[in-house]
Design a binder for this molecule. Structure first.
Ligand code: UT7
Length: 324
């Protein structure tokens, strides 16, 4: 028998304010047509003034608990991925823990930017398989609107705010690729690419939060090359191939990156979960948001094989293969 981490519930929250591409036409030299055709993004949600990453995460966590039919008493811990924390410390996860009324178990943050949810998921899976916990709430939550340079048309049109969550639960499997739960994963970082995507401020450097800087076309090239590679690596580890995949749930940064990755994996677009048009790039929140939206629509059937992948600042990138 093998201990596996099975997704028991998903949930998400998006701030009320929706901003269409056309809103940027009044602020910058850009067009709805450019944004749509170069990225696939049509609109995004922005947090209200005073609304923090933890506010979004608490709502997403509650939604996941509700869908799973669980309460915080059932959880052993919270692992939360974000690059836009409420405060330098404590961890957003502990603020969420308190907000959910949970006073036991562990709660900490993981920071791997747009790959953050994959890193958090793999981290939680490792803890479950090691017997450290039976049920973990894994959240990706961001307020990237707080670190935008609103004069930079190459970045500020791309990002949005939101939060998504999943609950992982330990279940016994046979140790084969037919098991439910996370079957394999692959994580990578290469800090020599720091200049491609970073925030130009921080606690121990400028003492400010800073703003996002990106060489988009270079990140684009790395994404197209590295995402299909990591997905294949995870599939390989699980003893599976692209032909076994029912759903690709990619990081939602750019429709053209997603299409290229699906093509390289030999997957038709009907097998790809797409939320980029409505959410924009929500960094660590994008994958759990996509999982929760598709789950809410009843698209994933028990036994189906999902591959999820993401890349972001660091650069850091990775993937996971799981059976629903
Ligand atoms: O989630 C973390 C990972 N991040 C990503 O995966 C993002 C990866 N990168 C991308 O998605 C794309 O590179 C972008 C959408 C950011 C840009 O698309 P691109 O096809 O790589 O365009 P580019 O950066 O090469 O720029 C092409 C042109 C430039 O004009 P010139 O130099 O050719 O005259 C830009 O100045 O498009 C211009 N441009 C814009 N024009 C209108 C850049 N942003 C805009 C804009 N509106 N918003």
């Amino acid at each position: 028998m093998t201990r596996r981490s099975v997704i028991r519930g998903t949930g998400h929250y998006l701030p009320e304010r929706i901003v269409e591409n056309s809103w940027f036409e009044g602020q910058l030299e850009t067009t709805d047509e450019w944004i749509r055709s170069r990225t696939g993004i049509e609109r995004r949600h922005f947090a209200a003034e005073g609304q923090t990453t933890s506010d979004l995460a608490i709502r997403a966590g509650r939604a996941a608990l509700e869908r799973a039919g669980m309460t915080v008493a059932d959880l052993d811990g919270i692992v939360l991925a974000t690059s836009t924390p409420d405060l330098t410390f404590p961890a957003v996860a502990t603020i969420v823990q308190a907000g959910l009324g949970m006073t036991r178990g562990f709660a900490y943050d993981v920071q791997a930017v747009c790959a953050g949810f994959i890193f958090a998921l793999v981290n939680a899976d490792a803890m479950i398989r090691a017997g450290q916990a039976d049920r973990i709430l894994v959240i990706g939550a961001e307020t990237f609107s707080r670190i935008m340079d609103w004069t930079d048309r190459g970045t500020c049109v791309l990002f949005g705010d939101g939060a998504g969550a999943v609950i992982l639960e330990a279940q016994e499997g046979a140790g084969t690729s037919d098991d439910r739960g996370i079957l394999a994963s692959d994580l990578n970082s290469d800090g020599s690419y720091r200049e491609l995507l970073y925030v130009d401020g921080g606690v121990s450097s400028t003492g400010t939060a800073g703003q996002l800087r990106m060489q988009g076309n270079l990140v684009f090239r790395h994404a197209v090359e590295k995402l299909a590679k990591t997905a294949h690596c995870s599939l390989d580890k699980a003893g599976l191939t692209g032909a076994d995949v029912d759903w690709l749930v990619p990081h939602q940064a750019n429709m053209r990156i997603i299409t290229a990755t699906a093509q390289k994996m030999g997957l038709p677009m009907e097998k790809v979960v797409l939320t980029v048009a409505d959410h924009g790039n929500t960094s660590a929140a994008s994958i759990p948001l996509a999982l929760s939206v598709a789950d809410g629509q009843g698209r994933f059937k028990p036994g189906q094989l999902l591959v999820t992948e993401g890349i972001g600042g660091g650069l850091s990138w990775g993937s996971a293969v799981l059976r629903w």
